[in-house]
Design a protein around this ligand. Structure first.
Ligand SMILES: [Zn+2]
Ligand SMILES: [Zn+2]
Length: 199
């Protein structure tokens, strides 16, 4: 919660705030990446008093933690989220509603000042979620995990299996099977056809 009393209700009045707040729960993309609860969030806010309320513009900086989507290593990255939100005086909104009674859709997203206080948490959450990557990687070129044995390829750039030999052997095995199978299949198929025709 932030106080706007110091700002006063004078349109045009400005106030700048720098504050460090503990991260609220679920600040991020659940199960992907987020700012751990209680971790510091550095806020730079600019409060501007306008006719209907207080316009809040700001930046939030924090360190988010998650997991690389390719190699599953822990990922830590700094996030800077920008936001701007209007907090309306409850009485100012009443005036608007009586002026435009049919305009329900706009009313739903209105955030209100309560006794001169505003709650930045939902705004902060939306901004941080938008600023975070949906597919975090430990580094842009992360090679991920070996498809055959699951080791992290970045840890061992020369990692390889004797894939040629394995594949060759597998291929040879396959050729043998196909040769055998062809004979079987042909006789089997003929037998099958005969059976069907008999029925
Ligand atoms: Zn990675
Ligand atoms: Zn491997």
């Amino acid at each position: 919660m932030f106080d706007t009393h110091e700002l006063g209700r004078r349109p045009g009045a400005l106030q700048r705030l720098s504050r460090s707040v503990p991260a609220p729960v679920d600040l991020g993309v659940e199960g992907v990446i987020g700012v751990p609860e209680g971790a510091p969030v550095e806020l730079e806010l600019r409060l501007e008093s306008v006719m209907e309320g207080v316009l809040v513009t700001g930046t939030a900086r924090a360190s988010a933690e998650g997991e690389c989507v390719r190699c599953l290593e822990p990922v830590r990255l700094d996030v800077a989220a920008e936001f701007q939100e209007m907090f309306t005086y409850p009485d100012a909104d009443d005036r608007d509603r009586s002026a435009e009674p049919g305009d329900d859709a706009e009313g739903e997203d209105v955030l209100f000042l309560k006794d001169g206080l505003f709650d930045l948490e939902p705004v902060l959450r939306d901004a941080v979620v938008l600023a975070l990557p949906m597919q975090p990687v430990c580094r842009e070129q992360c090679a991920g995990l070996c498809a055959e044995c699951g080791i992290r390829l970045d840890d061992d750039p020369d990692h390889h299996h004797d894939a040629v030999d394995i594949r060759w052997a597998a291929l040879q095995g396959l050729v043998e099977t196909v040769k055998d199978g062809e004979k079987d299949n042909m006789s089997g198929a003929e037998a099958g056809v005969d059976e069907k025709q008999e029925k």
